[in-house]
Design a protein. Sequence first.
Length: 367
Amino acid sequence: MNIVLTGGGTAGHVTPNITLLPELKKHFKRIDYIGSKTGIEKQLIQKENIPYHEITTTKFVRKNIFKNFCIPFLLWKGYKEAKKVLSAIKPNIVFSKGGYVSVPVVLAAKKLHIPIIIHESDLTMGLANKISSKYATRVCTTFPETAKHMKHNKGVYTGVPIPKHTQTQQNFANLAKNDEKLYHFLRKLQKNKPILLITGGSLGAQFINEQFEKEATNLLSKYYVVHITGKNHQTKISHQNYFQTEFTYIMPYCMQQADFVISRAGSNSIFELASMQKPMLLIPLPKGNSRGDQVDNAKYFAKNNWAYSCTQSELTTGTATLQQRLALLEKNKVTLQENLKKAKFENGTHKIIQLLLTYANNVKDKL
């Protein structure tokens, strides 16, 4: 059997596909990926040594409506390119993780009568997946509430694919070839201070970076800090307790080593951190800068006492500081970890694989 994967724009639309690869390789003879020509998915997937096919892509620009006039033409071009690729591969099924990259692939798969399974990571569905869900066979969800609100009973609560965190030190040492400096920084740390991981997702978070710079002196006296800044967003800080990098291929290792985490509220990252029972301070990307999905995710985690949440406006107005919120996180560390342990988060890998095999084999869905 053959399968085509798609999804991109941010790492959150790609890394779950990568997480599924070890299991997919057990069941599918051929695995191909369709993505954009310059997106982060190309960089990440090519390291996995599976065929990568480029198509024309376009996205809706919220802040400049005039840029959206070209969308129909570019979407049509991407659709024709995706159809050509799918016709050559003849996959038994297409699996989409969303993002603007995925829409022409889903439309082409529907035209060719190929079963389509998509996965929505966030509590509320993104625009690309809203479009794709109309043509999808089934829609997998990270949150149970999302599946309940799907029309035509398409929704299936599977959880998000979470990597197995059973890798040995030697495994990480092998993975660290592209991040040797970061790996050795973490390996050489003394245990007299907790490790704070700061991440804004694959695209970075300029606001979080700037807020950290304002409070760096105090924070670096209390923590060792590993800061994933995002591309072209590095800080001017130089300190023996501080390591910054635009992107890392050993993020699971960084997560494992961290005692506390400051993060945006992208679903994949926070569920992975939750599965490790890491105390988190979530600073979601505000509505207006996005569709508000991260705000919903952060509220959901805070409501269930799985993490603390802080808005950008609270930090901007001085209502809160990172140091104050981290102190609260430290004080309630044990309680948060107990709540995360009790939650027993669903690892979606098995359910998603079973669903893919069901439709790839044209078997009646029993989920």
